[in-house]
Design a binder for this molecule. Structure first.
Ligand code: BTN
Length: 245
């Protein structure tokens, strides 16, 4: 699947390069990797700190035959690929916080940003941006409390190329299984690594704030929250926090 790799020393954002490559006709499976991003983007309009030499800043171009509704499932799949690769390459166990933050020791090591081009009902292309804090030893004070790196968790530097190869391997077999069998194949793999399930969470969504128990994700990948009155909500996008009690 991942035969075409486009490597860059410094870019604004690998997402932008991926978009440009799509406009030039790049096929499914093209991978954009950069050693540094000068304006890395996070979800919900945030910046993503992407210093030189330290992390994995990568965007995957895919053109799956799926609907717009199904597209978030690919982000969940990507999170599964990354946690599995971190575990096999670094021997570190990491946890997924819905939808796709990956945490080690309760702090974020990886974020995933999915952007797509679509007709009203059909996906034309998807760009899955994966940012992993690999070898940073310090973080800017604004994120020092919430971010960590694999090297900090492991106490030793991690070979980025080895981790990239493993992520792409994991992604490939999961993606093939997903296309053949659907999201129900990915769901249990996501759930084994998820921390939010069964816990009290606060969800911030476009519709407002909701508090309740995260019951799990459904077969579409949508988060199910049962609020304090027992009412069930489907959360398609947004952010959650897990309050400490
Ligand atoms: C998040 O958790 O908010 C998502 C962060 C996604 C960061 C990656 S790094 C590679 C790709 N290029 C970007 O500009 N963002 C994504």
């Amino acid at each position: 699947l991942f035969k075409e790799i486009s490597y860059h020393e410094e870019v604004e954002s690998t997402q932008n390069i991926a978009q440009k490559l799509i406009n030039q006709g790049a096929g499914s499976g093209t991978v954009v990797i950069a050693n540094e991003q000068t304006s890395g983007r996070g979800r919900l309009g945030r910046d993503w700190f992407s210093p030189k030499d330290k992390g994995i800043w990568m965007s995957l171009i895919l053109k799956p035959e799926i609907t717009l509704r199904e597209a978030p499932q690919l982000t969940l799949l990507a999170a599964v690929a990354v946690t599995r690769a971190i575990s096999s390459v670094c021997s570190i166990s990491s946890e997924i916080k819905w939808p796709n933050d990956i945490l080690v020791d309760g702090k974020k090591v990886c974020g995933i940003l999915t952007e797509m081009q679509a007709d009203p009902d059909r996906i034309k292309s998807v760009i899955i941006g994966i940012g992993i804090n690999v070898n940073q030893t310090d973080f800017p004070s604004s994120i020092a409390n919430i971010a960590t790196s694999l090297a900090k968790a492991r106490g030793e530097q991690v070979e980025r190329s080895e981790l990239i190869i493993q992520i792409l391997n994991e992604f490939q077999w999961l993606y093939e299984a997903y296309l053949a069998k659907g999201f129900s194949f990915i769901k249990p793999l996501w759930e084994v690594n998820a921390i939010s399930i069964g816990k009290k969470i606060v969800a911030t969504t476009a519709q407002g704030r909701l508090t309740g128990i995260a019951e799990g994700i459904n077969d579409e990948g949508v988060l199910i929250l049962r609020d304090d009155n027992g009412k069930v909500h489907h959360i398609y996008s947004g952010d959650i926090t897990i309050p400490k009690d």
